[in-house]
Design a protein around this ligand. Structure first.
Ligand SMILES: *Cc1c(COP(=O)(O)O)cnc(C)c1O
Length: 371
């Protein structure tokens, strides 16, 4: 007897283990539009240089984009003093993060990352049937010893977001070197630098140095954060030719749109906008950090951040849920990540100065202090 056919297509079991990514909200529970401080977007918007080119791109909608993103890769290489041959562009860095797991891990393999790091790593591991493994963090920061201690014979890929999302914490050059030095040469280290440009002076080149010197380091960057082009979905990665070759084999052939390539080129030409975004962020983040710290007697505290958001802990009579609804009432959507260990936290994206004023006033009122 032949076995009866299934009544519907059966997904792979590891796919059903995935919890789909939860995006940051922009409306209240009653549907009211809120100021979105929940997705780490640039409150200053997009560089006028990039907006100008986007207008031009409209006329080219019938034509496929350059599959090799040659002009964009050349410009990225020039800005960062890299080799264009060692760069691949992606549909956001999200595509490249996923491809890194797909290219180097599969069923039976392990993909390692720190607790409280970017939600995409777990999805990327499961998508290709690999097992996601979380190493303990320390004070919301990646712990190099814990990561190295969690490496097994099955480990194929290690992700590190630096600075990290959702905590905003960062490990310094020496720690990053130590992490790389402790990994077997056949384990791929993916350094996700989505927020690197928010570091003082636009960050450290340590990731690029490691990626240039070793065959097992891939660095990813994005145009979604400081460059203000999240809607266009453009990211890139740099690493050894063997790594770039693997990503080129499995990426979408036309993965970066015409408008995305043009807008990213425009954005790169306006480093003044980047510098302005960085200094606005640093000033407002310092102000929010200080205001939260001043509410320490009410159980609030700020996790030191190097990114464009602040993770606030609520360990007193004012709960994260209460602050989430008070902020929504005041017109603001912030991020509550109900993942184990972060239930008592809110992640607040740094916005315009006026919005930060109101967020601070709302938190102070909630704590019974004069706004
Ligand atoms: C926002 C973010 C990204 C960027 O994703 P894109 O697909 O490039 O928009 C990558 N990594 C981390 C940690 C992020 O927070």
């Amino acid at each position: 007897m032949t076995t009866p056919p299934n009544s519907s297509p059966r997904p792979k079991p590891w796919i059903l283990g995935i919890h789909a990514y939860t995006p940051g909200k922009s409306t209240a529970s009653d549907g009211r539009a809120l100021v979105k401080l929940s997705a780490n977007e640039n409150p200053l918007g997009t560089s006028p240089a990039a907006l100008g080119v986007l207008e031009k791109a409209r006329g080219q909608a019938a034509i496929y984009p350059d599959p090799g993103a040659h002009a964009l890769r050349a410009k990225i290489a020039a800005v960062h003093e890299l080799d264009a041959e060692r760069i691949v562009c992606g549909t956001g860095s999200d595509e490249l993060l996923n491809l890194a797991a797909q290219g180097f891990a599969g069923p039976g393999d392990e993909v390692l990352f720190s607790r409280h790091s970017f939600a995409v790593y777990d999805i990327a591991a499961r998508r290709c049937g690999a097992t996601p493994v979380e190493a303990p963090d320390t004070d919301f920061t990646a712990d190099v010893d814990a990561l190295l201690g969690a490496v097994t014979d099955a480990t194929r890929v290690v992700y590190l977001a630096n600075p990290n999302n959702p905590t905003g914490t960062w490990i310094d050059d020496a720690e990053l070197r130590r992490l790389h030095a402790g990994l077997p040469a056949d384990v791929l280290l993916v350094i996700d630098e989505a927020y690197a440009e928010y570091l003082p002076k636009g960050g450290s080149d340590i990731g690029f140095e490691l990626a240039a010197a070793h065959d097992n380091v891939l660095v990813t960057r994005t145009f979604s954060k400081i460059y203000g082009l999240a809607a266009e979905r453009v990211g890139w990665a740099t690493g050894a030719p063997g790594l770039i070759d693997v990503l080129n084999r499995i990426r979408g052939p036309f993965n970066v749109t015409v408008s995305g390539q043009m807008a990213a080129l425009g954005a790169l030409s306006d480093q003044e906008f980047v510098a302005r975004s960085r200094s606005h962020n640093a000033a407002e983040r310092a102000r929010l950090t200080e205001a939260v710290t001043a509410l320490g007697n009410h159980g609030l505290s700020a996790v030191p951040s190097e990114a464009n958001f602040l993770l606030v802990e609520f360990n007193g009579e004012v709960t994260a849920e209460a602050a989430l609804s008070a902020l929504a009432e005041a017109g603001y959507a912030v991020r509550h990540l109900p993942e184990p260990g972060l239930e008592h936290c809110l992640r607040i994206t740094i916005g315009h100065s006026e919005d930060m004023d109101r967020v601070i006033a709302t938190l102070r009122t909630l704590c019974g202090e004069t706004a």
